[in-house]
Design a protein around this ligand. Structure first.
Ligand code: FES
Length: 139
């Protein structure tokens, strides 16, 4: 096996080879797209929100293996969370759930955090009334 593969643990490899939640969400309530200045990779996360909770999430990532594994894990982790919980989502959760990433690949997980937050901001911008009410209810 090449050094590229030995950089990653089996969980990262599994999410890279069999990514969960790949694609677009029809009628997404929020869409966030961000790019990494360091490498030029791009990540898009779409979310469906019902009664203040993320009921579904999908991603499209043009990037490295750990960016794909990070998107896959992030979309799994955020389903079922309230908007407020998701706003506090951190890339460290992705890193921990993946069992660690090589130091030079940490920014790939940051991309997942940023894409999710951009999707939530998009939701709040498009649905200000519901977002305000939902945030007040869950506060
Ligand atoms: S190397 Fe840039 S997102 Fe992975």
């Amino acid at each position: 096996m090449s050094d590229t593969y030995t950089l990653y643990n089996p969980t990262v490899m599994e999410h890279f080879m069999n990514p969960r939640n790949m694609g677009d969400l029809k009628d997404a309530d929020g869409i966030g797209e961000v790019g990494a200045a360091a490498c030029g990779d791009i990540m898009k996360i779409s979310v469906k929100i019902q009664d203040g909770r993320i009921t579904d999430a999908r991603f499209k990532t043009f990037g490295c293996g750990s960016a794909i594994a990070s998107s896959s894990m992030a979309t799994e982790l955020i389903k079922g969370r309230t908007i407020e919980e998701a706003m506090n989502f951190s890339n460290q959760e992705v890193v921990d759930a993946l069992g660690g990433l090589p130091p030079v690949k940490i920014h790939c997980s940051v991309l997942a955090e940023e894409a999710l937050k951009a999707a939530l901001e998009d939701y709040v911008k498009k649905h200000p009334e519901s977002a305000r009410a939902q945030l007040a209810v869950t506060a």
